[in-house]
Design a protein around this ligand. Structure first.
Ligand code: FMN
Length: 381
Protein backbone atom coordinates (compact mmCIF):
# COMPACT_ATOMS: atom_id res chain seq x y z
CA UNK A 1 0.00 0.00 0.00
CA UNK A 2 1.55 3.35 -0.99
CA UNK A 3 2.40 5.85 1.71
CA UNK A 4 0.93 9.32 1.41
CA UNK A 5 4.49 10.49 0.74
CA UNK A 6 4.95 8.41 -2.42
CA UNK A 7 3.80 9.36 -5.90
CA UNK A 8 0.71 7.40 -6.93
CA UNK A 9 1.53 5.28 -9.96
CA UNK A 10 -1.64 3.32 -10.64
CA UNK A 11 -5.42 3.40 -10.24
CA UNK A 12 -5.19 1.26 -7.12
CA UNK A 13 -2.81 3.82 -5.54
CA UNK A 14 -5.43 6.55 -6.08
CA UNK A 15 -8.05 4.23 -4.63
CA UNK A 16 -5.98 3.79 -1.45
CA UNK A 17 -5.45 7.54 -1.15
CA UNK A 18 -9.19 8.14 -1.64
CA UNK A 19 -9.90 5.58 1.07
CA UNK A 20 -7.73 7.53 3.51
CA UNK A 21 -9.26 10.86 2.58
CA UNK A 22 -12.99 10.04 2.49
CA UNK A 23 -15.39 9.26 5.34
CA UNK A 24 -16.20 5.55 5.36
CA UNK A 25 -19.75 5.83 3.99
CA UNK A 26 -18.65 7.92 1.00
CA UNK A 27 -15.70 5.69 0.14
CA UNK A 28 -17.95 2.62 0.37
CA UNK A 29 -20.62 4.28 -1.78
CA UNK A 30 -18.15 4.77 -4.61
CA UNK A 31 -16.12 1.59 -4.13
CA UNK A 32 -18.88 -0.92 -3.53
CA UNK A 33 -21.15 -2.99 -5.72
CA UNK A 34 -24.44 -4.86 -5.47
CA UNK A 35 -25.00 -7.71 -3.00
CA UNK A 36 -21.93 -10.03 -2.79
CA UNK A 37 -19.99 -7.91 -5.33
CA UNK A 38 -19.32 -10.92 -7.58
CA UNK A 39 -19.95 -9.01 -10.78
CA UNK A 40 -17.96 -6.01 -9.57
CA UNK A 41 -14.98 -8.30 -8.93
CA UNK A 42 -15.47 -10.24 -12.18
CA UNK A 43 -15.33 -6.99 -14.19
CA UNK A 44 -11.76 -6.46 -12.98
CA UNK A 45 -10.67 -10.12 -12.74
CA UNK A 46 -11.73 -10.97 -16.31
CA UNK A 47 -9.56 -8.15 -17.67
CA UNK A 48 -6.63 -9.51 -15.66
CA UNK A 49 -7.14 -12.99 -17.16
CA UNK A 50 -6.63 -11.73 -20.71
CA UNK A 51 -3.04 -12.11 -21.83
CA UNK A 52 -1.41 -9.99 -24.48
CA UNK A 53 0.77 -11.17 -27.32
CA UNK A 54 4.27 -9.69 -27.31
CA UNK A 55 5.25 -8.81 -30.86
CA UNK A 56 8.68 -7.40 -31.79
CA UNK A 57 10.60 -5.77 -34.66
CA UNK A 58 7.75 -3.65 -36.00
CA UNK A 59 8.12 0.08 -36.59
CA UNK A 60 6.46 1.47 -33.48
CA UNK A 61 8.18 4.85 -33.53
CA UNK A 62 4.79 6.57 -33.92
CA UNK A 63 1.95 5.34 -31.75
CA UNK A 64 -1.40 6.81 -32.74
CA UNK A 65 -4.26 6.49 -30.22
CA UNK A 66 -6.50 9.13 -31.84
CA UNK A 67 -9.96 8.36 -33.19
CA UNK A 68 -13.23 9.91 -34.31
CA UNK A 69 -16.17 8.87 -32.15
CA UNK A 70 -19.68 10.09 -33.00
CA UNK A 71 -18.22 13.05 -34.87
CA UNK A 72 -15.79 14.03 -32.11
CA UNK A 73 -12.00 13.90 -32.38
CA UNK A 74 -10.59 12.11 -29.34
CA UNK A 75 -6.98 11.75 -28.21
CA UNK A 76 -7.66 8.20 -27.03
CA UNK A 77 -10.63 5.80 -26.90
CA UNK A 78 -11.68 6.73 -23.38
CA UNK A 79 -14.43 8.76 -21.68
CA UNK A 80 -15.29 9.61 -18.07
CA UNK A 81 -18.48 7.69 -17.19
CA UNK A 82 -21.45 9.37 -15.47
CA UNK A 83 -21.17 9.15 -11.68
CA UNK A 84 -23.98 10.29 -9.40
CA UNK A 85 -23.01 12.33 -6.33
CA UNK A 86 -19.39 12.77 -7.48
CA UNK A 87 -19.39 16.26 -5.98
CA UNK A 88 -19.56 14.69 -2.51
CA UNK A 89 -16.14 13.05 -3.03
CA UNK A 90 -14.21 16.09 -4.25
CA UNK A 91 -14.97 19.79 -4.29
CA UNK A 92 -17.26 20.58 -7.28
CA UNK A 93 -15.97 17.30 -8.73
CA UNK A 94 -17.89 17.48 -12.00
CA UNK A 95 -16.33 20.85 -12.85
CA UNK A 96 -12.83 19.52 -12.12
CA UNK A 97 -13.60 16.41 -14.18
CA UNK A 98 -14.80 18.24 -17.28
CA UNK A 99 -11.64 20.38 -17.23
CA UNK A 100 -9.37 17.34 -16.82
CA UNK A 101 -11.20 15.48 -19.60
CA UNK A 102 -10.77 18.41 -21.98
CA UNK A 103 -7.05 18.58 -21.22
CA UNK A 104 -6.75 14.86 -21.97
CA UNK A 105 -8.80 15.18 -25.17
CA UNK A 106 -11.60 12.83 -24.07
CA UNK A 107 -15.34 13.28 -23.31
CA UNK A 108 -16.78 13.81 -19.85
CA UNK A 109 -20.31 12.53 -19.22
CA UNK A 110 -22.38 14.38 -16.60
CA UNK A 111 -24.84 12.26 -14.57
CA UNK A 112 -28.50 13.22 -14.15
CA UNK A 113 -27.85 13.00 -10.40
CA UNK A 114 -24.66 15.05 -10.31
CA UNK A 115 -23.95 17.63 -7.63
CA UNK A 116 -22.92 20.32 -10.16
CA UNK A 117 -25.66 21.37 -12.55
CA UNK A 118 -25.53 21.30 -16.34
CA UNK A 119 -25.11 25.07 -16.30
CA UNK A 120 -22.23 25.03 -13.78
CA UNK A 121 -20.36 22.42 -15.82
CA UNK A 122 -21.09 24.28 -19.08
CA UNK A 123 -19.57 27.44 -17.58
CA UNK A 124 -16.30 25.55 -16.97
CA UNK A 125 -16.30 23.66 -20.30
CA UNK A 126 -14.97 25.02 -23.57
CA UNK A 127 -16.51 22.33 -25.77
CA UNK A 128 -19.54 20.03 -25.67
CA UNK A 129 -19.67 17.42 -22.90
CA UNK A 130 -22.01 14.39 -22.76
CA UNK A 131 -25.14 14.24 -20.65
CA UNK A 132 -26.58 11.05 -19.08
CA UNK A 133 -30.31 10.59 -18.61
CA UNK A 134 -32.43 8.33 -16.43
CA UNK A 135 -36.04 7.99 -17.58
CA UNK A 136 -38.28 9.65 -15.00
CA UNK A 137 -42.00 9.11 -14.58
CA UNK A 138 -42.55 12.82 -15.13
CA UNK A 139 -41.90 13.12 -18.88
CA UNK A 140 -42.29 16.89 -18.68
CA UNK A 141 -39.28 16.90 -16.38
CA UNK A 142 -37.29 14.79 -18.85
CA UNK A 143 -38.18 17.14 -21.69
CA UNK A 144 -37.15 20.14 -19.67
CA UNK A 145 -33.87 18.51 -18.65
CA UNK A 146 -33.01 17.75 -22.27
CA UNK A 147 -33.70 21.37 -23.27
CA UNK A 148 -31.29 22.44 -20.54
CA UNK A 149 -28.70 19.93 -21.78
CA UNK A 150 -29.05 21.30 -25.29
CA UNK A 151 -28.76 24.88 -24.06
CA UNK A 152 -25.63 23.82 -22.13
CA UNK A 153 -24.10 22.73 -25.44
CA UNK A 154 -24.46 18.92 -25.07
CA UNK A 155 -24.65 17.08 -28.37
CA UNK A 156 -24.49 13.52 -27.05
CA UNK A 157 -27.06 11.94 -24.76
CA UNK A 158 -26.24 8.77 -22.83
CA UNK A 159 -29.51 7.09 -21.94
CA UNK A 160 -29.01 4.60 -19.09
CA UNK A 161 -31.34 1.60 -19.23
CA UNK A 162 -30.06 -0.76 -16.53
CA UNK A 163 -31.60 0.97 -13.52
CA UNK A 164 -35.31 0.14 -13.89
CA UNK A 165 -35.09 -0.74 -10.20
CA UNK A 166 -32.17 -0.10 -7.88
CA UNK A 167 -29.95 -3.02 -6.76
CA UNK A 168 -29.13 -3.19 -3.04
CA UNK A 169 -25.53 -2.50 -2.04
CA UNK A 170 -24.66 -4.21 1.22
CA UNK A 171 -21.96 -1.70 2.12
CA UNK A 172 -24.49 1.16 1.92
CA UNK A 173 -26.93 -0.82 4.05
CA UNK A 174 -24.23 -1.48 6.67
CA UNK A 175 -23.36 2.22 6.73
CA UNK A 176 -26.97 3.02 7.56
CA UNK A 177 -27.74 4.75 4.23
CA UNK A 178 -31.25 3.33 4.56
CA UNK A 179 -31.40 3.97 8.33
CA UNK A 180 -31.21 1.41 11.13
CA UNK A 181 -27.96 2.53 12.82
CA UNK A 182 -27.79 1.98 16.58
CA UNK A 183 -26.82 4.86 18.91
CA UNK A 184 -23.20 3.72 18.87
CA UNK A 185 -23.34 3.28 15.12
CA UNK A 186 -24.54 6.86 14.73
CA UNK A 187 -21.72 8.08 16.95
CA UNK A 188 -19.15 6.16 14.92
CA UNK A 189 -20.60 7.59 11.70
CA UNK A 190 -20.53 11.14 13.11
CA UNK A 191 -16.87 10.70 14.12
CA UNK A 192 -15.96 9.96 10.50
CA UNK A 193 -16.22 13.67 9.71
CA UNK A 194 -13.73 15.18 12.19
CA UNK A 195 -11.38 12.26 11.55
CA UNK A 196 -11.22 13.16 7.85
CA UNK A 197 -10.36 16.87 8.11
CA UNK A 198 -9.01 17.22 4.55
CA UNK A 199 -12.35 16.17 3.09
CA UNK A 200 -14.28 18.06 5.79
CA UNK A 201 -12.73 21.44 4.97
CA UNK A 202 -12.31 21.06 1.23
CA UNK A 203 -15.57 19.33 0.29
CA UNK A 204 -18.05 19.48 3.17
CA UNK A 205 -17.42 23.15 3.96
CA UNK A 206 -15.91 24.75 0.85
CA UNK A 207 -17.63 22.48 -1.69
CA UNK A 208 -21.21 23.55 -1.06
CA UNK A 209 -24.00 23.49 -2.15
CA UNK A 210 -24.54 19.75 -1.86
CA UNK A 211 -27.76 19.34 -3.79
CA UNK A 212 -28.50 17.44 -7.00
CA UNK A 213 -27.72 20.39 -9.28
CA UNK A 214 -29.96 19.28 -12.14
CA UNK A 215 -32.97 18.56 -9.96
CA UNK A 216 -32.96 21.43 -7.50
CA UNK A 217 -35.72 23.28 -9.38
CA UNK A 218 -37.94 20.21 -9.49
CA UNK A 219 -37.81 19.31 -5.82
CA UNK A 220 -37.43 22.58 -3.97
CA UNK A 221 -39.07 21.01 -0.93
CA UNK A 222 -36.28 18.47 -0.43
CA UNK A 223 -34.14 19.71 2.43
CA UNK A 224 -31.34 17.15 2.33
CA UNK A 225 -29.56 14.74 0.01
CA UNK A 226 -31.51 11.89 1.58
CA UNK A 227 -34.80 13.63 0.63
CA UNK A 228 -33.50 14.23 -2.86
CA UNK A 229 -32.41 10.62 -3.24
CA UNK A 230 -35.81 9.38 -2.08
CA UNK A 231 -37.47 11.61 -4.68
CA UNK A 232 -35.16 10.43 -7.44
CA UNK A 233 -35.59 6.76 -6.56
CA UNK A 234 -39.36 7.21 -6.65
CA UNK A 235 -39.08 9.00 -10.00
CA UNK A 236 -37.19 6.28 -11.93
CA UNK A 237 -39.66 4.78 -14.37
CA UNK A 238 -39.59 0.95 -14.34
CA UNK A 239 -42.20 0.77 -17.14
CA UNK A 240 -39.79 2.20 -19.73
CA UNK A 241 -39.42 0.08 -22.93
CA UNK A 242 -37.86 0.38 -26.38
CA UNK A 243 -40.99 2.28 -27.50
CA UNK A 244 -39.90 5.17 -25.28
CA UNK A 245 -36.79 5.59 -27.42
CA UNK A 246 -39.05 6.81 -30.20
CA UNK A 247 -40.36 9.55 -27.93
CA UNK A 248 -36.83 10.35 -26.80
CA UNK A 249 -35.78 10.63 -30.42
CA UNK A 250 -38.64 13.06 -31.07
CA UNK A 251 -37.27 15.48 -28.46
CA UNK A 252 -33.50 14.88 -28.84
CA UNK A 253 -31.85 15.42 -32.21
CA UNK A 254 -28.24 14.85 -31.09
CA UNK A 255 -26.32 11.59 -30.74
CA UNK A 256 -28.04 8.92 -28.68
CA UNK A 257 -25.98 6.33 -26.79
CA UNK A 258 -27.79 3.55 -24.93
CA UNK A 259 -25.91 2.48 -21.78
CA UNK A 260 -26.44 -0.73 -19.87
CA UNK A 261 -26.51 -3.44 -22.57
CA UNK A 262 -25.26 -6.88 -21.53
CA UNK A 263 -26.73 -9.34 -24.00
CA UNK A 264 -26.84 -9.74 -27.77
CA UNK A 265 -30.61 -9.47 -28.13
CA UNK A 266 -30.80 -6.21 -26.19
CA UNK A 267 -27.91 -4.91 -28.29
CA UNK A 268 -29.81 -5.69 -31.50
CA UNK A 269 -32.95 -4.05 -30.09
CA UNK A 270 -30.96 -0.94 -29.15
CA UNK A 271 -29.63 -0.66 -32.70
CA UNK A 272 -33.12 -1.24 -34.14
CA UNK A 273 -34.47 1.46 -31.84
CA UNK A 274 -32.06 3.93 -33.43
CA UNK A 275 -29.12 4.11 -31.02
CA UNK A 276 -26.02 5.70 -32.51
CA UNK A 277 -23.87 3.72 -30.09
CA UNK A 278 -24.26 1.42 -27.14
CA UNK A 279 -22.41 0.95 -23.89
CA UNK A 280 -21.82 -2.63 -22.80
CA UNK A 281 -22.26 -2.10 -19.08
CA UNK A 282 -23.53 -3.70 -15.89
CA UNK A 283 -23.41 -0.38 -14.05
CA UNK A 284 -20.01 -1.22 -12.62
CA UNK A 285 -21.44 -4.29 -10.85
CA UNK A 286 -23.88 -2.15 -8.87
CA UNK A 287 -27.16 -3.58 -10.15
CA UNK A 288 -27.72 -7.30 -10.81
CA UNK A 289 -25.00 -9.20 -8.99
CA UNK A 290 -24.03 -12.51 -10.59
CA UNK A 291 -24.26 -11.35 -14.20
CA UNK A 292 -21.30 -11.68 -16.54
CA UNK A 293 -18.43 -9.24 -16.60
CA UNK A 294 -18.66 -6.69 -19.39
CA UNK A 295 -15.35 -7.61 -21.04
CA UNK A 296 -16.60 -11.18 -21.42
CA UNK A 297 -19.79 -10.05 -23.16
CA UNK A 298 -18.18 -7.45 -25.43
CA UNK A 299 -17.08 -9.83 -28.26
CA UNK A 300 -20.50 -11.51 -28.35
CA UNK A 301 -22.26 -8.17 -28.57
CA UNK A 302 -19.89 -7.00 -31.28
CA UNK A 303 -20.68 -10.19 -33.24
CA UNK A 304 -24.42 -9.62 -32.75
CA UNK A 305 -24.49 -6.05 -34.02
CA UNK A 306 -21.51 -6.04 -36.40
CA UNK A 307 -18.59 -3.69 -36.52
CA UNK A 308 -20.64 -0.80 -37.93
CA UNK A 309 -22.37 -0.06 -34.62
CA UNK A 310 -20.20 1.95 -32.26
CA UNK A 311 -19.56 -0.11 -29.13
CA UNK A 312 -18.33 1.46 -25.93
CA UNK A 313 -17.74 -0.73 -22.88
CA UNK A 314 -17.23 0.02 -19.21
CA UNK A 315 -16.68 -1.88 -15.98
CA UNK A 316 -13.30 -2.88 -14.61
CA UNK A 317 -11.09 -0.74 -16.88
CA UNK A 318 -8.21 0.13 -14.55
CA UNK A 319 -5.31 1.03 -16.85
CA UNK A 320 -4.29 1.78 -20.42
CA UNK A 321 -3.58 -1.86 -21.11
CA UNK A 322 -7.23 -2.67 -20.36
CA UNK A 323 -8.24 -0.21 -23.09
CA UNK A 324 -6.13 -2.14 -25.60
CA UNK A 325 -7.68 -5.41 -24.37
CA UNK A 326 -11.19 -3.96 -24.73
CA UNK A 327 -10.47 -2.85 -28.29
CA UNK A 328 -9.02 -6.26 -29.11
CA UNK A 329 -12.31 -7.73 -27.88
CA UNK A 330 -14.53 -5.64 -30.11
CA UNK A 331 -15.04 -2.28 -28.37
CA UNK A 332 -14.37 1.00 -30.17
CA UNK A 333 -13.89 2.89 -26.92
CA UNK A 334 -14.22 2.49 -23.14
CA UNK A 335 -15.37 4.52 -20.15
CA UNK A 336 -14.01 4.60 -16.62
CA UNK A 337 -16.18 5.26 -13.56
CA UNK A 338 -14.59 4.70 -10.14
CA UNK A 339 -10.98 5.45 -11.23
CA UNK A 340 -11.70 9.08 -12.11
CA UNK A 341 -13.51 9.71 -8.83
CA UNK A 342 -10.75 8.02 -6.79
CA UNK A 343 -8.14 10.24 -8.49
CA UNK A 344 -10.15 13.43 -7.85
CA UNK A 345 -10.91 12.46 -4.26
CA UNK A 346 -7.24 11.66 -3.68
CA UNK A 347 -5.48 14.61 -5.26
CA UNK A 348 -8.05 16.80 -7.01
CA UNK A 349 -7.77 17.86 -10.64
CA UNK A 350 -3.98 17.40 -10.69
CA UNK A 351 -4.55 13.79 -9.61
CA UNK A 352 -7.01 13.14 -12.41
CA UNK A 353 -4.73 14.86 -14.94
CA UNK A 354 -1.92 12.55 -13.86
CA UNK A 355 -4.11 9.44 -13.96
CA UNK A 356 -5.27 10.21 -17.49
CA UNK A 357 -1.68 10.80 -18.61
CA UNK A 358 -0.82 7.42 -17.10
CA UNK A 359 -3.64 5.71 -19.02
CA UNK A 360 -2.35 7.23 -22.26
CA UNK A 361 1.26 6.23 -21.52
CA UNK A 362 0.20 2.67 -20.65
CA UNK A 363 -1.76 2.44 -23.85
CA UNK A 364 1.24 3.66 -25.89
CA UNK A 365 3.52 1.03 -24.34
CA UNK A 366 0.97 -1.77 -24.74
CA UNK A 367 0.43 -0.91 -28.40
CA UNK A 368 4.16 -0.61 -29.08
CA UNK A 369 5.04 -3.94 -27.48
CA UNK A 370 2.19 -5.79 -29.17
CA UNK A 371 3.30 -4.36 -32.52
CA UNK A 372 0.12 -2.32 -33.04
CA UNK A 373 1.05 1.31 -33.78
CA UNK A 374 -2.53 2.34 -34.65
CA UNK A 375 -5.92 1.45 -33.17
CA UNK A 376 -6.77 -0.37 -36.40
CA UNK A 377 -3.78 -2.68 -35.81
CA UNK A 378 -5.19 -3.89 -32.47
CA UNK A 379 -6.68 -7.35 -32.98
CA UNK A 380 -7.79 -10.33 -30.94
CA UNK A 381 -4.71 -12.39 -31.85
C1 FMN B 1 -20.62 5.68 -7.34
C2 FMN B 1 -21.16 5.40 -8.72
C3 FMN B 1 -22.21 6.17 -9.18
C4 FMN B 1 -22.71 5.93 -10.47
N1 FMN B 1 -23.70 6.75 -10.96
C5 FMN B 1 -24.15 6.56 -12.23
C6 FMN B 1 -25.11 7.46 -12.78
O1 FMN B 1 -25.54 8.42 -12.15
N2 FMN B 1 -25.53 7.21 -14.05
C7 FMN B 1 -25.07 6.15 -14.78
O2 FMN B 1 -25.49 5.95 -15.93
N3 FMN B 1 -24.14 5.30 -14.28
C8 FMN B 1 -23.67 5.50 -13.04
N4 FMN B 1 -22.69 4.67 -12.55
C9 FMN B 1 -22.12 3.63 -13.41
C10 FMN B 1 -20.92 4.20 -14.19
O3 FMN B 1 -21.34 5.13 -15.14
C11 FMN B 1 -20.12 3.10 -14.94
O4 FMN B 1 -21.01 2.33 -15.69
C12 FMN B 1 -19.32 2.20 -13.99
O5 FMN B 1 -18.81 2.92 -12.90
C13 FMN B 1 -18.18 1.55 -14.76
O6 FMN B 1 -17.46 0.69 -13.94
P1 FMN B 1 -16.06 1.05 -13.22
O7 FMN B 1 -16.43 1.89 -12.04
O8 FMN B 1 -15.52 -0.27 -12.87
O9 FMN B 1 -15.22 1.81 -14.20
C14 FMN B 1 -22.18 4.88 -11.27
C15 FMN B 1 -21.12 4.12 -10.77
C16 FMN B 1 -20.59 4.38 -9.52
C17 FMN B 1 -19.42 3.57 -9.04
Amino acid sequence: MPSLNLVPASTSDYRRLAEKRLPRNLFDYIDGGAYGEKTLNANVADFEKIQMQQCVMRDVSNIDTELKLLGEDLALPLALAPIGLAGMMARRAEVQAVRAAEKAGIPFCLSTVSICSLEEVAAAATKPFWFQLYMMRDRGYVKDLLSRAKAAGCKTLVFTVDLAVVGARYRDVRNGMAGGLSGLGKLRAALEYPTHPGWLVDVAIKGKPHTFGNLADFVPSAKSLVDFKAWVDAQFDPSCTWQDIEWLRSIWDGNLIIKGILNSEDAQDAVAAGADALVVSNHGGRQLDGVSSTIKMTPRIRDAVGNKTTIIMDGGVRNGQDIVKALANGAHSVMIGRPWVWALAALGEAGLDALLRTFKAEMDVSMALTGAPTLADISDD
